[in-house]
Design a protein. Sequence first.
Length: 72
Amino acid sequence: MTLKEVKPGQTVKVLSLGGEGAVKRRIMDMGITKGVEIFVRKVAPLGDPIEVNVRGYELSLRKADAEQINVQ
């Protein structure tokens, strides 16, 4: 399951990161790494952006980036 499929109000744990190069680096620069818990706060009506809490920070993720994050 990817982060894009998670419903608002759920907390999930990151299993692995997909993508390569700049996409993976951008995700990791936000503090999203393997084993981190992510709380999904809100998803925009068309699915972009996805607002999450990671390590106490509020972030907005692109739909394309959320598809690269595999969660449990």
